[in-house]
Design a protein around this ligand. Structure first.
Ligand code: URA
Length: 251
């Protein structure tokens, strides 16, 4: 779908407006019509088993070809955790290690997440951890064998969305925590700024509470150790607030 249309979908009433615009565009340009039709067909929706448990969903997601990202990835990395979790943590997409191991947040970013959860008093076995995109998107490094993370495009996030919606339906968390801009903008709106709005509780149809915080990879990428410490403090503080909220909701 043309980027300008995807951007418009993020605004209130945007979806309906874009749908009517698409019809007009399709009537006038066969090429645009083809692109729009392709973006609507390319979705995980047709792979999702109706009313499936987390185990059913994970099994079905293993053969998902809802977009082209499966072609370059080792395997689907589905979410992981208990269906009784009150907290759902949502990242962007699996990284290199996650792609090889088939589990979310088990590489360097996962170790930062583990440390932050421990500091915030959150037991990782009691939360559900997932990503907005379930396949690793990468490009080969110019030299060597390294696989370089590539940011997912709007249509890939959109194509993968049915899996996340089903995970949310199956777990029914009290609070959804988006980690980083990709998850935050996909779930809380295109204009959401993690830098300015992290830690704020926002209204959402996803769960009684939704919020966003820093992505653990951003902490790894911080240019100085002072900045790394400061970002880690912010991450832990946001998670502490989530822990308190989840505790209050569970009481
Ligand atoms: N980064 C993510 O967003 N998700 C993972 O699972 C790993 C790294």
């Amino acid at each position: 779908m043309p980027d300008v249309l995807s951007a418009m979908e993020g605004f209130t009433g945007g979806r309906e407006f874009v749908a009517s615009l698409k019809v007009k565009v399709m009537k006038r340009s066969p090429k645009a019509a083809q692109e729009i039709r392709k973006s609507s067909e390319d979705s995980a929706a047709r792979f999702v088993p109706p009313g499936g448990s987390l185990a059913d969903l994970k099994r079905a997601a293993a053969t998902c070809k809802g977009c082209d990202l499966w072609k370059n990835a080792t395997q689907t990395v589905f979410g992981e955790g208990t269906s009784r979790a009150t907290i759902m943590l949502v990242g962007e997409q699996p990284g290199d290690q996650e792609d090889l191991k088939g589990r979310p947040f088990v590489g360097p970013a996962g170790r930062i997440l583990d440390d932050a959860l421990a500091e915030a008093g959150i037991d990782r076995t009691q939360v559900y951890v997932t990503n907005v995109v379930k396949h690793f998107k990468w490009a080969a490094a110019e030299r060597g064998k390294k696989r370089i993370h590539k940011k997912p495009r709007y249509f890939e996030i959109h194509a993968c969305r049915p899996w996340l919606d089903c995970e949310i339906q199956a777990v029914r968390p009290q609070v959804v925590v988006c980690m980083g801009a990709t998850a935050a903008q996909a779930l809380l709106g295109k204009t959401f700024s993690v830098t300015r709005q992290h830690g704020q509780l926002v209204e959402s149809s996803l769960a009684p509470f939704a919020t966003a915080t820093i992505h653990p990879s951003a902490i790894l990428r911080a240019p100085t150790s002072e900045m790394r410490h400061q970002q880690m403090r912010t991450f832990v503080n946001d998670l502490k607030q989530v822990a308190q909220l989840a505790m209050r909701r569970a009481a």
